[in-house]
Ligand binder design. Structure first.
Ligand code: SAH
Length: 459
């Protein structure tokens, strides 16, 4: 086999990123957008010693797990790796992905394949979207998404993961640009005005926010644009973000208030959040509630516990936990997130939670030197936790650890470390936070072998 050869193969499995895998002459061939059970024709793109990559050309005999992609641009965009799979097959893929990583840990070999919690409706779950603006060959303004691995904009105002308001708002802005001959930003020359548009919606409140990211501080005929955007039901906040740097980073740091409020509000459970254009907020609030609800169920607190929320971000888990704990301390590297976490606690009149800026490992070292903690909740980034943190976690020796993970690979690595020492994995729950993409979250309960549950509480 060599580059450009046409091959026929049956897809037997899925790789970790959701790409189909089949065999030709004993060699594994990775075919993006192919589904297990498909018989396909593919074109060889690259061959290595024992495996290769091929491009899907034609589905000769479709798998029962194959479905029509909802989005006409699914393959060009690459944002939704699993569009061609039925939702049931997607959930099965994710549960298996978690299982495959975890059974490699010695102590978990007898783990049964876990059930994953999916969504009733796996579409339009994202409350946030950022659309780049540019021009087409004729010089007309366009918006859409970047084609995979490039900065070419494919015109498209309809994304099935986003809210229906996105399309309405984007078309109003495109109309405005055309009517008043307003320029869009060109990454090469660094010239032109409109770079991106950020849209957010509070799913519980219905409040909508638009932030225009400009290579400048204002836009011609801004009042006319505001009048048009105000017609969108729920419109609550219109702002400008100034970004005059020649960079890939979407947002600048300076905000200019334009109309309404400079933030919107939303709820996760009965906790209220103020969301401004620059603040972090969970993009799928429905499944966030499910995920953190599971974390609370696993922690099974009685109201007497001392709790750490490590990698706390804007404090979502810690604030939920504070309702059932004596006190909670959150730790987080990002100072802006700490500021929002404190504001969220204040707004919700929660007084038994504190937030500390800094490295979680450094913080744990300090705690392990003399404090007693009952429950550690941890929600690290994709890279997982580090040795410093895990080592101090063992010295601190809480009765329970609830590990929330967005990457089963680093979760497995960290659990291997903890289960070789004092901890046992008691419960495990995958949750589908991002349907149609290849990512999966897991919440996991670990119990200390050295302390009997309940013994230390209120001690
Ligand atoms: N539960 C949080 C989100 C956690 S995402 C929420 O609801 O907001 C992971 C967080 O870990 C990010 O906010 C990131 O800034 C933070 N982080 C990454 N490395 C860190 C470290 N070494 N110490 C502390 N926090 C860290």
């Amino acid at each position: 086999m060599k580059k450009d050869d046409l091959i026929e193969l049956t897809i037997e499995d899925l790789g970790v990123d959701g790409e189909g895998i089949g065999k030709v002459d004993g060699m594994a061939i990775f075919v993006k957008d192919a589904v297990p059970g498909d018989r396909v024709q593919a074109k060889v793109m690259k061959m290595k010693k024992s495996y290769g990559y091929a491009r899907l050309m034609q589905v000769l005999d479709p798998s029962p797990e194959r479905t029509e992609s909802r989005c006409a641009f699914a393959r060009q965009c690459g944002g939704c790796q699993l569009q061609a799979m039925t939702y049931e097959a997607q959930l099965d893929f994710k549960a298996k992905k978690v299982w495959n990583h975890l059974i490699r840990i010695g102590s978990l070999t007898d783990l049964a394949k876990p059930e994953i919690i999916g969504m009733d409706d796996p579409w339009r779950y994202r409350n946030k979207a950022q659309f780049p603006f540019g021009t087409d060959k004729e010089g007309n303004p366009v918006t859409g998404f970047y084609a995979a691995r490039s900065h070419n904009i494919i015109p498209c105002t309809e994304c099935w993961l986003g809210v229906e308001e996105n399309k309405v708002i984007l078309e109003k802005i495109l109309d405005h640009l055309k009517t008043y001959h307003i320029s869009t930003y060109d990454e090469v020359s660094g010239k032109g005005l409109l770079r991106h548009v950020l849209i957010r919606k509070g799913f519980t409140t219905g409040e909508v926010m638009v932030c225009l990211i400009l290579n400048g501080r204002t836009m011609p005929k801004l009042t006319e644009l505001v009048d048009s955007l105000r017609e969108v039901p729920g419109m609550t906040s219109i702002t400008i973000n100034v970004n005059t740097k020649n960079t890939n980073v979407i947002m600048g740091t300076e905000m200019i208030f334009v109309w309404g409020q400079d933030y919107i509000t939303d709820y996760i459970g009965n906790i209220k959040y103020q969301i401004s254009p620059l603040s972090f907020y969970q993009v799928n609030p429905v499944q966030t509630e499910v995920l953190y609800g599971k974390a609370m169920e696993f922690a099974a607190m009685t109201g007497k516990e001392r709790v750490i929320d490590a990698y706390c971000g804007t404090g979502t888990i810690g604030i939920i936990a504070s309702r059932n704990a004596r006190d909670v301390i959150g730790v987080e590297l990002n100072r802006d997130a700490i500021r929002d976490a404190r504001m969220n606690a204040r707004e919700n009149k929660i007084r038994n939670v504190r937030f500390v800026p800094g490295d979680a490992g450094w913080f744990m070292e300090g705690m392990a030197a003399g404090e007693k903690v009952d429950v550690v909740l941890m929600d690290p980034p994709r890279a997982g936790s580090d040795r410093k943190f895990l080592h101090s976690l063992l010295s601190l020796s809480p009765e329970k650890i609830v590990y929330v993970s967005c990457n089963p690979e680093t979760l497995a690595r960290d659990l291997a470390y903890l289960t070789k020492r004092d901890y046992l994995v008691k419960k495990m729950q995958p949750v589908d936070m991002f349907p149609v993409t290849d990512s999966v979250e897991v919440v996991c309960l670990l119990e200390n072998r050295r302390t009997r549950p309940g013994k230390r509480n209120g001690g």
